[in-house]
Design a protein around this ligand. Sequence first.
Ligand SMILES: Cc1cc2nc3c(=O)[nH]c(=O)nc-3n(C[C@H](O)[C@H](O)[C@H](O)COP(=O)(O)OP(=O)(O)OC[C@H]3O[C@@H](n4cnc5c(N)ncnc54)[C@H](O)[C@@H]3O)c2cc1C
Length: 243
Amino acid sequence: MSANPSPSGSSFNVVIAGGGVGALEAALALRDLAGERIRTTLLAPDPNFVVRPARVKEPFGYTAAQTYPLADIARDLGAELVPDSLKSLDAPGSRVHTEQGTELPYDALVLATGARLRPAFSHGLSIDDSQIDDQLHGLIQDVEGGYVRSIAFVAPSEAVWPLPIYELALMTARRAYDMQTDVAITIATPEDAPLAVFGDTVSLAIGRLMEENGVTVLTSAHSSVPEPGVVAIHPGERMLKVD
Ligand SMILES: Cc1cc2nc3c(=O)[nH]c(=O)nc-3n(C[C@H](O)[C@H](O)[C@H](O)COP(=O)(O)OP(=O)(O)OC[C@H]3O[C@@H](n4cnc5c(N)ncnc54)[C@H](O)[C@@H]3O)c2cc1C
C-alpha cells in the first residue's frame, strides 16, 4: 500500500485494485479503522466475488462455488465500485490508469490483484480454478466409468497452497469407491508431511484420512513431468507411471 497526504485536505481517498478476498478484507478493515474519514473506491474487472476454495467441488457435480455481486458488497461497505482493471500506475502523480482509459486519483492505493497463474509442468493438466469444472469433469467421468486406473496429483516445488490437491484426491477416491471402480491415487508433494503447514495434529489426521481412502501420499517429493503420464520424483530418482 502506498500513501500520500490528501491533496484536497478533504476525506482521504483510498483506491483498492482487486475484487478478491484480499481487496475485500482491506476494504472492511479500513472501514472499521477509519470509518467516514476515508472514501473507498474498489477497482475490479469481474462483477462477482467468488468463494474460490469451494470451486474444487464443481467437477464432482456438487453445487457451484458461491458468488456474491461486488456491487452489493461495495454498497454495504459504502464504497464506489469501478468495474474496470488497473492498467498502469503513475506513482509520482498518485494516479491509476485503467484499461478503459479512466484516471483515478488516490491518496492511498492498495494493490490486491492476486497471483498470476502459470503452468508448473509442460505435461499434465495445470489446475486453473476458474475453469476447474471444464478441466476435470471428463476425467472424473472416466474414473466413474473405470477408464482411468491411476492418477497423480502433483504439487510443484515452488511455494504453493497444497490444500486443494488433497481435497481433489479425496473426492476422486470417494467417487471411485461409490462407483465401485479401482483407481490408484497418488499425491506427490514437496511438503515434509501431509499439509504440514497446519501443524502436527492436523497433518497426522490428514495422513490417516488419506490412508483410509487409499490415497498414497509421497512427501518430500520434488517432481518433474518429463513426458505425458510419467512423474519423475527426486530425490531417489523414482518414476511414477499414471494414466
Ligand atoms: C482451488 C483453490 C482452493 C483454495 N482453498 C483455500 C482454502 O481452503 N483456504 C484458504 O485460505 N485459501 C484457499 N485458497 C487460496 C485463496 O483462494 C487465495 O489465497 C485468495 O483467493 C487470494 O486472494 P486475493 O484477493 O489476494 O487474490 P484473488 O482471489 O486472486 O483475487 C484477485 C482479484 O483481483 C482482480 N484483478 C486481477 N487483475 C486486476 C487488475 N489489473 N485490476 C483490478 N483488479 C484485478 C481479480 O479479478 C480478482 O477479483 C484456494 C485457492 C484455490 C485456487
